[in-house]
Design a protein around this ligand. Structure first.
Ligand code: GRF
Length: 196
């Protein structure tokens, strides 16, 4: 039997996807362990949730850019992830683009969840984009992370209907419910597919 997959989770927000992953681990439906949770937002819910669940949690200041990290800050993250022996980097609502050196250091071992059926609606507030485009369905996508914005190879998708009376809030909530099933499921698959 192989050791549990060690996850390094990066998030900027409330951390509901992280919560779903932790629940799956606690329920023994996912053979993984949280190595470290890192946030670029000092008071992010994800850090609070991690600490409440007894997971190591760290705030790392992002530096002077708005939509990415300073390379020095990324190197710091790489070092922290390595120090915690992270196998897989899981982006769970991390609101900055990853660049060098992180993407190369963990090449092929970084995944993200995005609230649309990529390649449709990359970028911010994808549920609102789908609603405003008059779509009748949307969903969520788990993909590997490359240097682009929401562009890496797709691993899995879940579909979600859009109802005529949906608001941005009701639609986002329905997508998030789908995310909470899909993300642990994909990580489970990646853990199972590891070479032994
Ligand atoms: C999710 O909807 C995800 O698709 C997007 O950011 C959101 C994070 O939510 N990338 P949470 O912090 O996991 O609740």
């Amino acid at each position: 039997m192989s050791a549990p997959l060690v996850l390094g989770v990066l998030g900027s927000g409330k951390g509901s996807n992280f919560g779903a992953i932790v629940e799956a681990i606690a329920a023994s439906t996912l053979d993984a362990r949280i190595g470290i949770v890192i946030s670029d937002v000092a008071d992010a819910g994800i850090l609070e949730l991690a600490r409440a669940r007894g997971c190591p949690a760290l705030y790392l200041p992002p530096g002077r850019f708005k939509s990415k990290l300073e390379p020095e800050r990324e190197l710091e993250i790489v070092n922290v992830l390595r120090a915690h022996q992270v196998d897989l980097v899981v982006l769970a609502g991390f609101m900055r683009l990853l660049k060098e050196p992180l993407v190369t250091a963990f090449a092929g071992r970084i995944i993200n969840i995005h609230p649309s059926l990529l390649p449709k609606f990359p970028g911010l507030a994808a549920w609102r984009q789908a609603l405003e485009a008059g779509e009748r369905e949307t969903g969520c996508t788990v993909h590997r992370v490359d240097l682009g914005m929401d562009t890496g190879p797709i691993l899995a998708q879940a579909r979600v209907p859009i109802h005529p009376d949906d608001t941005a809030e009701t639609l986002h909530a329905r997508i998030q419910a789908a995310e909470h099933g899909l993300y642990p499921e994909v990580i489970r698959r990646l853990a199972a597919d590891r070479p032994s």
